[in-house]
Write a protein that binds this ligand. Structure first.
Ligand code: SF4
Length: 515
């Protein structure tokens, strides 16, 4: 079987769960689509460009069915939640679809038998083609750059299990009543919202580079951000059980994982639906005690949920990375109000000062959307000025994508595409100069570095990351001098000195091994 995973790390974890299920059922993986008998594309449909990439990939894989050896094509993920009927109607090569709440149905979709302990049946999964007789061994492809860990390393749950959300947040219930999760605008989407959560017994095949893994601690989102359709795609916010997350982290570390990144649509809401106070801080406190866990971090924090307790927890544990990903989306109070996120530049600057005072040296990442309907040139100037003052270590800027089904769909005063693009470029130029100056201060610093392997750009260099670089999204640290080490090992930690800086990237010399 072949497996293509598109989109964000949250989707990647879904892919890893589906690959784990397939692996346990006897499927064989391949990285070559032309060798696969069954192809799975796990799609993203957050914004227009993601949808286009998903459709292009499905069509590309469909060619392996019409012209190659593939016998079955399965489409999974967010695109299915949004265009379930259309996919099956318009792309006849697609044999089955699997939504984000139906991961376990990948087995039936692939024609593999339901395991003995029984998978909850999710009838709405079926595509036009009925499931065929199991015909493993199959082969699986992954689009991720890293190797798929062998089946032997996959988590070996003895029974098939998953959680469904049992409770919800009051905020989510109120939003549901007000229609936040309605999919009426999407013809052909399933009416049922996903409720699925994997747990520590669900098999998972890791595809992230050696030593690193993501853990999804929650799924769905209750926030009302008017540009965003993720709640409509992924359902209401729901946390995994505390013990389940701890057990999964312990299993991963026992398998050699040294860096864990906690993810969810909003990690800072973790535990609220379980009745936990300070859920994320309490979880971090517990996970930080796992021996041999070298780096622990979380992504996707919501700005008004950065509590003193959370910061104190980050500061207190050596193995919690001094790193905070805080998507702010904009800085103009007017735009933020129309985005239904609230706050503005002044409040954000106070939050950032509080964060930096509580956790000295912390690296800050954020992302912004430019061109939200009604964004005036003065709104944009507020954002530009804010970025100049806030001095983020890492920053992403995204063009507004007009999504049917989002609350912003009905807003007028659309900003022309050319203006949006020129604003995005202007912000990226500004950030480039901020980053260039800041990175110069790194030269001469001694840091712990996780070696990831030879650089994709040139085999003469290796790449690594510090605790201030999250996997995949931040700049690179290129290693051009191995110092006293004859052969670096991917997935090992080293002490290194930064010797050069560029706009976003750094160059390092290895000094010694590190534990
Ligand atoms: S917090 Fe806002 S932007 Fe993020 S997933 Fe939830 S609704 Fe979307």
């Amino acid at each position: 079987m072949g497996f293509i995973s598109l989109g964000c790390p949250k989707n990647l974890v879904d892919s890893e769960v589906m690959m784990g299920l397939l692996d346990r059922a006897g499927a064989r993986l391949t990285a070559r689509p032309e060798d696969a008998e069954i192809l799975v594309v796990n799609t993203c449909s957050f914004i227009d460009t993601a949808k286009q990439e998903s459709v292009d990939t499905i069509l590309e894989m469909a060619r392996h069915k019409t012209h190659g050896r593939a016998k079955k094509l399965i489409v999974a993920g967010c695109l299915v939640e949004r265009y379930r009927d259309e996919i099956q109607k318009n792309i006849p090569e697609v044999d089955a679809v699997v939504g984000t709440g139906e991961l376990e149905s990948i087995l039936q979709a692939a024609g593999l038998e339901t395991p003995a302990h029984g998978v909850p049946q999710v009838p709405r999964t079926w595509g036009p083609g009925s499931p065929s007789t199991p015909s493993s061994p199959f082969t699986i492809l992954t689009s991720t750059h890293a190797e798929i860990r062998s089946g032997k390393e996959s988590q070996s749950g003895t029974h098939k299990s998953s959680e469904s959300s049992r409770s919800s947040r009051k905020e989510g219930d109120a939003r549901e009543l007000s229609g936040r999760f309605l999919r009426d605008a999407w013809r052909g989407a399933s009416s049922a919202l996903p409720t699925y959560l994997y747990d520590e017994t669900t098999p998972r095949l890791l595809s992230t580079p050696r030593a690193s893994a993501y853990i999804k601690i929650a799924e769905g989102c209750d926030h009302p951000c008017t540009f965003c359709v993720i709640p409509n795609l992924r359902g209401k916010f729901r946390s995994r059980r505390f013990e389940s997350v701890v057990a999964e982290a312990e299993q991963l570390v026992a398998r050699g994982i040294r860096e864990i990144t906690l993810i969810g649509q909003d990690t800072t809401c973790y535990g609220e639906d379980l009745g936990l106070r300070d859920g994320l801080a309490t979880l971090l406190d517990r996970l930080a005690l796992i021996p041999n866990l070298k780096w622990l971090r979380f992504l996707y924090a919501y700005p008004n949920r950065i509590t003193g307790k959370l910061l104190e927890t980050i500061a207190r544990h050596d193995n919690i990375c001094k790193y905070l990903d805080l998507p702010l989306q904009h800085a103009s109070p007017d735009v933020l109000k129309r985005m239904k996120r609230g706050a503005g530049a002044d409040i954000f600057l106070k939050t950032l000062s509080k964060v930096r005072a509580a956790v000295p040296g912390i690296a800050l990442r954020t992302s912004f959307i430019v061109g939200f309907p009604g964004e005036s040139s003065s709104d944009f100037e507020v954002l530009e000025e804010f970025i100049g003052e806030a001095k983020f270590d890492w920053l992403g800027v995204f063009n507004y994508s007009h999504e049917e089904g989002s609350a912003a769909w009905s807003l007028d005063a659309q900003v022309p595409h050319r203006t949006i693009e020129s604003r995005r470029r202007r912000l990226m130029r500004l950030q480039q100069s901020i980053s260039r100056r800041a990175k110069k201060n790194w030269v001469g610093r001694e840091l712990t570095l996780l070696a990831e392997g030879p650089s994709a750009e040139t085999p003469l260099l290796w790449e690594g990351r510090t605790e201030f670089h999250a996997p995949e999204i931040d700049g690179n640290v290129f290693i051009n001098d191995f110092g006293p080490i004859a052969d670096l090992e991917p997935g090992r930690f080293y002490r290194a000195r930064i010797t050069e800086s560029h706009d976003y990237d750094l160059v390092a010399r290895i000094l010694s091994t590190a534990n």
